[in-house]
Write a protein that binds this ligand. Structure first.
Ligand SMILES: Cc1ncc(COP(=O)(O)O)c(C=O)c1O
Length: 453
């Protein structure tokens, strides 16, 4: 039987050596928890189109695109040119710049809820500012969020992203659980946790907390937490109840903006009060944004008193704005349609592969996003996702690395526009090869190897 870890160690000696050096100067030899995996992360040197090359010179198909950010692949010529041109003209000024006006206008034209927008540098900042804005606008302190959703790494965000199920209370009334050591106790009091895709339970909790609730934040399609689309009924109920109670509804579309020109809110035809964006809007550079209703956003207007200050040395920096504008200009409706068609097709192929090997898997998908969950039950929320076998997902991930494919360690991925039929077939063939290699190991494993996180 093939041990994927042994193969990985044999074929990545330079990554191992770099990691040994890196571990002397960075905890765990990395500066990003999400790029670390056991036994050591892959060190990538170069990317082009939908391919990346590691420091040992091994080529792989990139099925993750920097966690969904690189919808146009690596080193897209128009983005490279935009960055080159702007770098030669200056990378940042203590002043506004014309390109931020262009990108802001484009986003407001495309995303239904955006009457006004502000830029920042990461999705973490975008959700942090959107939540602060909601608290300031409503005069209420608390934020409700979805169990298993992801909104970045600030204190309000790191609650119940991946709780241990046995400690997290009943599914219809989840407890707020700290994701990280160091999360302050106040965050657990100020953050209310809602179950995903359970409109009655979510409404009950929102009504109970209504006098204290500033906002409900959610990903209309949970991304990093397993590509789990909301039902239209769930989104509509949240829209109705928040509107009735004067609570702001925030859609975190940092990932889901890639499913349609106007994001998931356009697909579902449900318009939130505020929206957070990131990933694709920077064309591969660190750009994020938050925006929405003009009467809420105007609290940031420095011409009025009082106002909310939103500093940030790199907010709207011309390099990121130039890359983002180049990327978003390339993303016409036809490009989305084509990419989403490819996404649907690849998910059909994957479903066939697992069925032919009799391995129970849920292929969750939305547009060009996909995630594989090793369970025989549909994955519709955090609890059903957490019941899936994480060890099998890790074997698949490492097996795919050995077979020339890079996905997220939780077997989540995203397509990019440079992927052609051959690239997609190569990905599907690699999945088939790994499943064929691993099936016997998986069958012989104890069922209680299933993790509960
Ligand atoms: C939905 C969502 N919100 C927020 C974030 C945080 O973004 P960043 O990593 O840029 O801080 C992410 C990152 O994956 C995300 O998926």
């Amino acid at each position: 039987m093939v041990d994927p870890e042994a193969v990985y160690r044999q074929t990545t000696p330079r990554s191992r050596a770099l990691h040994e050096r890196a571990a002397m100067v960075m905890p765990g030899g990395t500066t990003r928890t999400t790029t670390y995996f056991h036994p050591y992360p892959l060190y990538i040197e170069r990317g082009e189109g939908c391919r990346v090359w590691d420091v040992d010179g091994t080529e792989r198909i990139d099925m993750l695109g920097n966690y969904t950010a690189l919808i146009l692949g690596h080193s897209h010529p128009k983005i490279v040119e935009a960055i080159r041109r702007q770098a030669a003209r200056g990378t940042g000024f203590a002043a506004a710049n014309p390109i931020e006006v262009e990108l802001a206008t484009l986003l407001c034209e495309r995303v239904p809820s955006l009457e006004a927008v502000r830029f920042c540098n990461s999705g973490t900042e975008a959700t942090m500012f959107a939540m602060r804005l909601a608290r300031a606008f409503t005069g209420r302190p608390k934020i409700a969020r979805i169990e298993g959703g992801y909104h970045g790494t600030h204190d309000y965000a790191e609650v119940s992203t991946h709780p241990v199920v046995s400690e997290a209370g009943p599914p219809e009334a989840p407890q707020a659980m700290a994701d990280s050591m160091g999360t302050p106790d106040w965050a657990l009091d100020q953050v209310i946790v809602l179950p995903f895709n359970n409109p009655d339970a979510a409404e009950r909790i929102i009504r109970r907390e209504k006098s204290q609730l500033a906002a409900v934040i959610l990903e209309p399609i949970i991304g990093a937490g397993g590509v789990i689309p909301a039902t239209i009924e769930f989104l509509q109920r949240l829209r109705d109840v928040t509107r009735e109670l004067g609570i702001l509804l925030i859609f975190d579309e940092v990932i889901s903006l890639r499913v349609a020109p106007g994001g998931a809110q356009q697909l579902y035809d449900v318009t939130p009060d505020l929206t957070t964006l990131g990933k694709i809007i920077g064309g591969g550079l660190p750009v994020a944004a938050f925006g929405g209703r003009a009467d809420v956003m105007e609290m940031l207007d420095p011409r009025r008193e009082p106002n909310i200050a939103q500093g940030g040395t790199y907010n709207g920096n011309p390099l990121g704005m130039a890359a983002g504008l180049a990327a978003m200009t390339e993303l016409t409706p036809d490009v989305y349609d084509d990419l989403n068609r490819k996404g649907a097709r690849v998910c059909e192929q994957l479903t066939e592969v697992f069925a032919s090997h009799h391995v129970p898997v849920q292929v969750n998908s939305a547009g060009s996003l996909l995630a594989l969950h090793f369970t025989d039950k549909p994955v519709v929320d955090y609890r059903t996702m957490a019941a899936a076998d994480k060890k099998q997902a890790r074997d698949l991930f490492l097996g795919l690395v050995n077979h020339g494919v890079l996905m997220a360690p939780r077997a989540m991925g995203a397509l990019s526009t440079p992927m052609g039929e051959d690239d997609i077939q190569q990905f599907v063939d690699a999945v088939e090869a790994v499943v064929a290699e691993q099936r016997r190991r998986w069958e012989s494993r104890e069922p209680n190897a299933r993790a509960s996180r």
